[in-house]
Design a protein around this ligand. Structure first.
Ligand code: PEP
Ligand code: CO
Length: 444
């Protein structure tokens, strides 16, 4: 691997999953403008997340990463953002109470707009058009105009990300995020279920503990009035990522200041590919999705290229095998990494290996497969002498019907009732909360 790196050195490597823009002039002026717009995050925040991830990998905390498969521009509104934040904060409380550890909260949010697709083209009847690649590239409607990769959408994505991050920052700094007022995170549609009663009981005991602590220590526990919340996305569309890559004179090196953390998808992690080349040069904490086709020696090569200084907190391995395959795939990888002495943070994505098509043709995931993969992941890491330090979920704060099973016992015929995702099926609020209780149980 060549050690010389620049934000555009990836352009000398094969870049998978990139759209073909038809007007170089328009593309060029969009990228120039993007490169001149202010960053969305700061290098100090990025460094703080890296430190927190190092602590998590060392067993001192746990990472909760979650959000939509793909954010849509339409969902950039106060209600949807608020509900996503609420479910992640509620889940983190459940995890804190169960594990007695700090939780690092990272949204798949404020930039998760580009999607890898299995095919460049989509055919319906006799008509073949470019595949929908996420709102940052083109539109989901099936007409030539809507499927044309439009560079202006990168500017719209940047603006949406900025609006989202601005709202999240304001909410997490105070008032809304105050642990003295957990009622702020209530969701209007929540039914009286065993799950919601469990959560209410947990809040009551938490309020008791806070009152006790405040009675024995002088004044209010002011550090309870805000939460840390970080952003992340799959940095897939490399021209966009390059435009947000900035050098920080007082910090060391180049940062992607469009997000706190970025990850490489399972389809674009080829060691000599453009994505690995881009990622190796940025200072952000980064993730790599680890799927069923990755062999142990390949994984070790990737680790050496992406984290040559073996820096703790730098690299998160997000495995996504599926509830069956995890048993045969994970042990060899976990053993190999442990033997190599590399610092990595292991996280489990129990979603992407468990996607299936229901009898009615709808893409779904079963709650039981998801929980089974999580439980197996905890067990295998323990057996291999490593530690599962994070979870990576596709979820929403809405009452959608996209995954089957769970507390509401959704069946395949329920799926069409409120299926909103344009891409992968997400856990709904009740399912997500139940998963939080399950993980808390595993961590006890
Ligand atoms: C995703 O996280 O939405 C995704 C496409 O995952 P993977 O790269 O693991 O397939
Ligand atoms: Co997905």
């Amino acid at each position: 691997m060549n050690t010389h790196w620049t934000p555009d050195s990836w352009q000398t490597r094969p870049a998978l999953q990139q759209p073909t823009y038809d007007s170089p002039a328009e593309l060029g002026s969009v990228l120039e403008l993007l490169g001149s717009l202010p960053p969305l995050v700061t290098a100090w925040e990025v460094d703080r997340l890296r430190t927190q991830l190092a602590n998590a990998a060392a067993g001192k905390s746990f990472v909760l990463q979650g959000g939509d498969c793909s954010e849509s521009f339409e969902d950039c509104n106060s209600g949807t953002i608020l509900r996503k934040l609420k479910v992640l904060i509620q889940m983190s409380l459940v995890l804190i109470c169960g594990s007695k550890q700090r939780i690092v909260r990272i949204g798949r949010i404020a930039g998760q707009y580009a999607k890898p697709r299995s095919s460049d083209l989509e055919k319906r009847g006799d008509i073949e058009l470019p595949s929908y690649r996420g709102d940052i590239v083109n539109h989901s409607g099936f007409t030539p105009a809507e499927r044309r990769p439009d560079p202006q959408l990168m500017l719209r994505a940047y603006e949406r990300a900025a609006l989202t991050i601005n709202y999240i920052r304001a909410l997490s700094e105070g008032g809304f995020a105050d642990l003295h007022h957990p009622e702020n995170w209530d969701l209007e549609f929540v039914r009286n279920t065993p799950g919601s009663r469990k959560y209410q009981l947990l809040l009551e005991s938490l309020s008791d503990s806070i009152r006790f602590m405040e009675a024995v220590s002088p004044g209010e526990l002011t550090q309870l009035t805000r939460v840390d919340f970080f952003t992340s996305h799959e940095a897939l569309l490399l021209l966009f990522e390059q435009a947000l890559t900035r050098v920080e004179p007082r910090q060391r090196g180049w940062y992607n200041l469009g997000t706190h953390m970025a990850w490489i998808g399972d389809r674009t992690r080829a060691i000599d590919g453009a994505h690995v080349e881009y990622f190796r040069g940025i200072r952000n904490p980064i993730g790599v999705k680890v799927g069923n086709n990755l062999a142990a020696d390949e994984l070790l090569d990737l680790i050496r290229v992406l984290n040559p200084d073996n820096e703790p907190g730098r690299l998160t391995l997000i495995h996504r095998f599926g509830s069956e395959k995890i048993r045969s795939r994970l042990p060899a990888l976990a053993e190999a990494v442990r033997r190599s002495g590399h610092h990595v943070l292991w996280s489990c994505d129990p979603m992407h290996g468990n996607t299936q098509t229901a009898r009615n043709g709808i893409k779904t995931r079963s709650f039981d497969d998801i929980t089974s993969e999580i439980i197996t992941a905890f067990r295998i890491h323990k057996e291999c002498g490593s530690r599962l330090s994070g979870i990576h979920l596709e979820l929403t704060g809405e009452d959608v019907t996209e995954c089957t099973g769970g507390p509401g016992n959704l069946t395949e015929s329920d799926l069409s009732r409120d299926y909103r995702s344009q891409v992968d099926p997400r856990l709904n609020y009740e399912q997500a909360m139940e998963i939080a209780f399950l993980i808390a149980e595993q961590m006890k």
